[in-house]
Ligand binder design. Structure first.
Ligand code: C5P
Length: 228
């Protein structure tokens, strides 16, 4: 059975970090679905398209060429990994992501990404919409303040400037939009493992997630060893 692990949760909950570590540990592919919406926001800006023009955005979503190569994220052959990580790009992503036409246009690409040897997919609707049959579903949360702090450190590490109170406000605004949109709202799948990580270290979160993965896919133990 092809291992499919989904990690959903709000902005800054640490999904991306955990997904990457997990994928590396078990030798699985890693799908950063948020990057797709960020790339679309960027492609729309480059094309001078309004973030509300659903039909045109869906067309761009279908035609843009996306490649993930390690740390590099290529949009039509150009590495834009850094450009799509800004808060501005995150906000544009959250706007285009609220459009059903856009989500429909990106659905198959995401499902096709789940090829051998398996995938760890992080996002908002991985367990509910994109991979409803995934064997392991994690829903990772943390308080808005803690998530803003993590985002702040992440941006600083990348040499991008940030302001903590602004980040808290932006994260809350994004949560609100992601949770209340009509299509694929941010919500745990009914069979997801809920993990509250406000006071947990990355290692502690990873250990619990590894435990969940090995329960569903014991054959992966040979690749990544037991938790701990
Ligand atoms: O996870 P990340 O912050 O990169 O996602 C950027 C935005 O893309 C989110 O705020 C959310 O609106 C949207 N998104 C989504 N569904 C996903 C992943 C991201 O709607 N599966």
């Amino acid at each position: 059975m092809l291992p499919i692990v989904t990690i959903d949760g709000p902005s800054g909950s640490g999904k991306g970090t955990i997904a990457k570590l997990l994928a590396a540990r078990f030798g699985l592919r890693c799908l950063d679905s948020g990057a797709l919406y960020r790339l679309l926001g960027l492609a729309a800006r480059q094309a001078g398209t309004s973030l509300a023009d659903a039909d045109r955005l869906a067309e761009i979503a279908r035609s843009m060429r996306v490649e993930f190569e390690g740390e590099r994220v290529l949009l039509d052959g150009v590495d834009v990994a850094l450009e799509i990580r800004t808060e501005q790009a995150g906000n544009a992503a959250s706007k285009v992501a609220a459009l059903p036409e856009v989500r429909a246009a990106l659905l198959q690409w995401q499902r096709d990404y789940a090829r051998a040897p398996g995938v760890v997919a992080d996002g908002r609707d991985m367990g509910t919409v994109v991979f409803p049959a995934a064997g392991t579903k994690i829903f990772l949360t943390a308080s808005a303040e803690e998530r803003a702090k993590r985002r702040y450190n992440q941006l600083n590490e990348k040499g991008l400037s940030a302001n903590l109170p602004d980040l808290v406000a932006e994260i809350q605004e994004r949560d609100e939009r992601d949770s209340n949109r009509s299509v694929a709202p941010l919500r745990p799948a009914s069979d997801a493992f809920l993990l509250e990580s406000t006071s947990l270290s990355v290692d502690e979160v990873l250990k619990q997630v590894v435990g969940q993965v090995l329960k569903a896919y014991p054959e992966l133990a040979e690749k990544g060893g037991p938790a701990g």
